[in-house]
Write a protein that binds this ligand. Structure first.
Ligand SMILES: [Zn+2]
Length: 481
């Protein structure tokens, strides 16, 4: 059977296309990162998880992947927050960059190869703006520099918007200094009290869009393979990135644009004003990493997703089922046994063939624009097929070899899913279990000696860390809340 090639849905052409990278066997990916003025919200979390899976799957297919994610560390919102908290912008950005790394790690996301910061690239940004000015695509008014969208014929091709419609529908107050209301800022002149850098147009700071054009091309080249982000970034951010980059280089900027769908909460748009705004760290206090990832990946990345308690619970029991299965598999297959098909009986051979078919369907689904809902359901089909063997007390050699193969396969596909709890981490690990046993023992001892305050302290401190103790007769159980 001929293997299917990887297909990705390109937002630019609105079609699924075969993935053909600019350089053979390499994949260069840029994902728009956070503006570091607050904790990342669960919608950001979804985007970072789905593109983490895209990256890992490309690596699984054998591509040498370079993955770049920018950190926007100069922005109006950062300046506002610094003013509100009576501090400087750096104090804000250092704090939230650290929080960003903690939160993405807690989501099981692998680190990018490069995390360029805007403030480290101001010179590069100035050079790109200057080349746009030199080419007559940008103009300066009183220390501000704007991109002249009328000079870029294909402006609007990514978002499918026409300049005339945008102008007519534009509700932004007309800025007298701009030639056209759609012209966007490349360089902002410095206002009193704001951070600023020297430039040919005076003191000021870069706009957001030009930052991504500059840093993506600097690290991945003038034409690279995948540019990704949330669907809310299509317009104006990504539209403007194309205009800036292609305007400056005259070359195609990005081959494939990937956008993930919106995240809603209980059927409503997530917004601070609606009081349903959820940060990643808030949710991860209650929801383990693998459950969050499974919840996201049960939906296709381009579809909207609705975060509900029921949805999380369902993902939770599925993740538990998978991990219980994997735990058992690990216990039963202590040593790796080579699989010799000729030694299998007919029934074992049948199980093996079904297992292989499911695994190949899983991979094919991933190759079809990262169809994770189908891929995840194939993984659970694999678990169901193999479960029958795990209930046996004595395994035949053939069965053991088969399970050993299955274990390898499941670990292999988990290299891009990230659903399996690693030993030594997660609430059910041996280490945590062992430590909890010690604490429960000490508390029991304290109670028997009537040292109530210390015994209560153990309960209270555990409670603060979301661990509940439940006394049932002589026994005490614990659970993560
Ligand atoms: Zn960006």
């Amino acid at each position: 059977m001929e293997e299917m090639s990887l297909k990705v849905y390109n937002s630019l052409t609105k079609k699924k296309e075969e993935f053909v990278p600019t350089e053979k066997d390499k994949a260069k990916i840029y994902v728009c990162g956070p503006t570091v003025y607050d904790y990342i919200h669960i919608g950001n979390g979804r985007a970072f998880v789905v593109f983490d899976v895209v990256r890992r799957f490309l690596r699984y297919l054998g591509y040498d992947v370079t993955y770049v994610m920018n950190l926007t560390d100069i922005d109006d919102r950062i300046i506002e927050r610094a003013e509100r908290e009576n501090t400087d912008t750096q104090t804000i950005t250092v704090k939230f960059i650290e929080a960003f790394f903690e939160d993405t790690e807690a989501l099981g996301i692998e680190r990018a190869d490069i995390y360029p910061k805007a403030t480290d690239h101001v010179q590069d940004i100035i050079e790109l703006i200057q080349s746009l000015v030199d080419r007559g695509l940008a103009y300066q008014v009183n220390g501000d520099v704007f991109y002249d969208v009328s000079t870029f014929a294909s402006y609007g091709s990514l978002s499918g918007k026409r300049i005339e419609d945008l102008v007519a529908g534009s509700r932004v107050a007309v800025d007298e200094s701009k030639k056209n209301p759609l012209d966007f800022t490349l360089w902002k002149s410095q206002k009193p009290g704001e951070p600023g850098w020297q430039s040919p147009w005076g003191m000021g700071r870069p706009g957001w869009h030009i930052e991504c054009s500059t840093m993506s091309m600097k690290y991945l080249g003038q034409t690279f393979d995948i540019h990704a982000g949330g669907v809310d970034l299509v317009f104006p951010h990504h539209e403007n990135e194309i205009a800036q980059s292609e305007g400056a280089t005259g070359k195609k900027f990005v081959k494939y644009w990937l956008h993930n769908g919106f995240l809603q909460i209980g059927g409503e748009k997530m917004a601070k004003s609606l009081g349903n705004f959820k940060t990643v760290r808030e949710i991860l206090k209650k929801v383990p990493t693998e459950v969050m990832r499974l919840f996201f990946l049960q939906k296709h990345y381009r579809s909207p997703i609705d975060l509900t308690d029921q949805g999380l619970q369902a993902a939770g029991s599925a993740a538990n089922r998978l991990n219980r299965f994997y735990q058992k598999l690990q216990d039963m297959v202590m040593t790796e046994a080579p699989l010799e098909e000729e030694s299998l009986n007919e029934k074992e051979l049948q199980v093996l063939n079904t297992h292989r078919r499911l695994k190949s369907e899983l991979v094919e689904a991933m190759k079809d624009d990262f169809n994770t809902p189908v891929a995840v359901s194939r993984l659970f089909d694999m678990v169901r097929e193999l479960n029958a063997l795990l209930t046996k007390d004595n395994l035949m050699d053939g069965e053991r070899a088969l399970l050993s193969q299955a274990k390898q396969d499941i670990e292999e596909v988990d290299s891009f899913f990230g659903f399996l709890r690693s030993k030594g981490s997660g609430a059910n690990s041996e280490l945590v279990n062992g430590l909890m046993e010690i604490l429960i023992d000490v508390r029991k001892e304290l109670r028997s000696r009537k040292i109530w305050d210390l015994a209560d302290k153990i309960r209270q401190e555990l409670d603060k860390n979301n661990i509940a103790l439940e006394d049932k007769g002589q026994e005490t159980a614990w659970r993560v809340k």
